[in-house]
Design a protein around this ligand. Structure first.
Ligand code: PGA
Length: 254
């Protein structure tokens, strides 16, 4: 049985003060939830405040990136040790916005995953195709390359510390969600790649999240699918109320 994960990704939104207010609102809305892990990826300056705000609840905190070294002369960078020290348990790696705007490659994704492990952070590793790649029927090639490149040289034991997020780039922030069937096909393909590289037991245990315009209205139909183990939620994670409705995907909307 794979425990589902509903993870928020705030991207570059919210000050420390706004962060504290958000968690004050969110905590009572999800206090009784025990069917999934709840994670929120906050900007670096809010890591400590967020970690303190969720103490005593089941909500966990993620950073949105980390450097591949533990420390050094890398002005402007943040390491896994610092993130861990600030109280986070997870880190998002290889988000398509980092690939697109900041030159992230499968090689640097791989180095960052290794750095996350050294600091005992669970890595949420993002993969996904662009619209042109999908239209050229290259989706599976892209997923295969990103998955094998990002996770190169890792072991089946390492895979248990990784969560994969399938995020079709054309669905991110566009309001255009992949259909549950499209997402499920991609998830099944990723799981088959995991089985080839790490064996079927490790692949069966791997959580694969869907990301790309997940909303309270669309989450249940995605979560019904066998290979979809959760969501990575951008825009709809910025409001406590909509994020809580996504977390409670298994309850009928009132
Ligand atoms: P979105 O973002 O839900 O706003 O589409 C998802 C993501 O980029 O992780």
């Amino acid at each position: 049985m794979r425990t589902p994960v509903i993870a928020g990704n705030w991207k570059m939104f919210k000050t420390v003060e706004e962060t504290v207010r958000f968690f004050d609102e969110l905590k009572p809305l999800v206090a009784d939830v025990d069917h999934c892990e709840i994670v929120i990826g906050v900007p670096f300056p809010s890591l400590t405040a967020a970690s303190e705000a969720v103490r005593g609840s089941r909500i966990k905190i993620a950073a949105q990136n980390l450097h591949w070294e533990d420390e050094g002369a890398f002005t402007g960078e943040v390491s896994g040790r610092m993130i861990r020290g600030a109280g986070a348990d997870y880190v998002i790696i290889g988000h398509s916005e980092r690939r697109q705007y900041f030159g992230e490659t499968d090689k640097t994704v791989n180095e960052r995953i290794r750095a996350a492990f050294r600091s005992e952070l669970t890595a949420i590793v993002c993969v996904g195709e662009t619209l042109q790649e999908r239209e050229a029927e290259k989706t599976e090639d892209v997923l295969k390359t990103q998955f094998a490149g990002g996770l190169a040289g890792l072991t089946a034991a390492d895979l248990s510390r990784i969560i994969v997020a399938y995020e079709p780039v054309w669905a991110i922030g566009t309001g255009r969600t992949a259909t549950p069937r499209m997402a499920a096909d991609a998830h099944r393909f990723i799981r088959s790649q995991a089985a080839e590289l790490f064996g079927s037991a490790a692949a069966e245990a791997l959580r694969i999240l869907y990301g790309g315009s997940v909303k309270p209205e669309s989450v249940a139909s995605l979560m019904e699918r066998e290979d979809i183990d959760g969501g990575l939620v951008g825009g709809a994670s910025l409001k406590a109320d909509s994020f809580a409705r996504i977390v409670r995907y298994n309850q009928a909307e009132s």
